[in-house]
Write a protein that binds this ligand. Structure first.
Ligand SMILES: [Fe+2]
Length: 351
């Protein structure tokens, strides 16, 4: 371990000690590999130096840091490959064909991305608009695979979930664009009925193309809800296949993290709020809890702006059914936002 002055910090150096700010909020944890943003954050602190691990005693850590960087760089490349395969699979399904080889290749591309930290950040921050069916399917597939990994399902199950999630909305392929681009809450009764046919259509397409169960069933059931108020068959609880319950959460999460025309800018705090509200009604708690735990953990240390204009930092996010975190403002005031319903978070920057 050695003390390095702030101006001499370099990307890839590994922190030997956790760095806290004057409010004792963790800025960066021990063993973090420094990035450009991390260095900027450290330089904004009033400290003369930072303890860095010696290359000698931690060459292993350096290798890990390098591997993470490489994964980051490889991610956009992987995503392009996936998009090409996705296009191919949808084109084949159009003529009722299933190419085993393309589907296997796609699952093999998506699997390493599921659960990869870089992927989750990428998916979370993308906020893209004009999304295509392929792009939505790819994102849902990565998220569903990630949830399955967090739920500790076995490798073969994760592979099936990744494939099923990619194909869950295949019944939307021939749906009119004006319905697809509309927010479902603005549907007329007629549009709602047309939209709801995509589950049955998807099921038939996948069954006829000889996809193994439960892949067609996931397409059929991904809009069913735990309380039995979903569609098309109003199934409830465990009558809905576990993989369909996972894809339902991944699908909802994907919608939450994508921007649509006319949307109010949402934050991950809104997503937490939403999933806590819907747990038990719509979604399986066994799927939601690992998701909520990870999102909450990733938000600790984030800089936030409150609706009254004050700036602060998330110091704690209770792992119960609390929707909001505890924040310390710049003037040192600790605020439990669960008890201050008149305050909300309007802007955030993930640490
Ligand atoms: Fe759908």
């Amino acid at each position: 371990m050695k003390a390095v002055s702030l101006e001499k910090l370099k990307e890839g150096m590994i922190l030997a000690r956790t760095v806290v700010d004057s409010n004792f909020v963790i800025v960066l944890s021990e063993n973090t590999a420094l990035t450009e943003t991390g260095i900027r954050r450290l330089q904004s602190l009033d400290v003369p130096f930072i303890y860095i691990k010696d290359q000698f005693d931690l060459s292993k850590n350096f290798q890990q840091a390098e591997a993470v960087d490489k994964k980051d760089a490889a991610f956009s490349h992987d995503f392009n490959t996936i998009s090409k395969l996705a296009g191919q699979i949808f084109a084949e399904l159009k003529v009722g064909k299933k190419s085993e080889e393309t589907v296997t290749k796609l699952a093999a591309q998506i699997l390493p991305l599921a659960g990869n930290h870089a992927s989750i950040n990428y998916l979370f921050n993308l906020g893209h608009m004009n999304k295509t069916l392929e792009l939505h399917s790819e994102r849902v597939s990565i998220i569903a695979g990630t949830l399955a990994k967090w739920m500790k399902l076995d490798w073969e199950e994760i592979r099936t979930i990744v494939t099923a999630a990619f194909l869950h909305d295949v019944g939307k392929r021939e749906m009119p664009e004006e319905i697809l681009s509309k927010n479902p809450k603005d549907f007329s009764d007629e549009e709602k009925n047309i939209y709801r046919t995509h589950c049955q259509k998807g099921f038939e397409t996948l069954r006829d193309a000889n996809f193994d169960e439960p892949i067609p069933t996931v397409a059929l059931q991904h809009h069913e809800t735990m309380n039995g108020e979903g569609f098309p068959n109003g199934l409830a609880g465990e009558k809905i296949h576990l993989f369909s319950r996972i894809v339902a959460v991944a699908d909802a999460y994907e919608h939450w993290t994508s921007e649509r025309e006319g949307d109010v800018k949402k934050t991950p705090f809104d997503a937490v709020n939403y999933f806590i509200r819907e747990i038990y009604y719509s979604f399986d708690p066994g799927v939601c809890v690992p998701l909520l735990t990870r999102i909450k953990d990733s938000l600790i240390g984030s800089s936030v702006t409150l609706s009254d204009g004050r700036k602060g930092r998330v110091i704690f996010y209770p792992q119960d059914f609390s929707a909001m975190p505890i924040v310390v403002t710049e003037d040192g005031q600790e605020i439990n936002l669960n008890l201050r319903k008149n305050l909300s978070i309007t802007q955030y920057e993930i640490k």
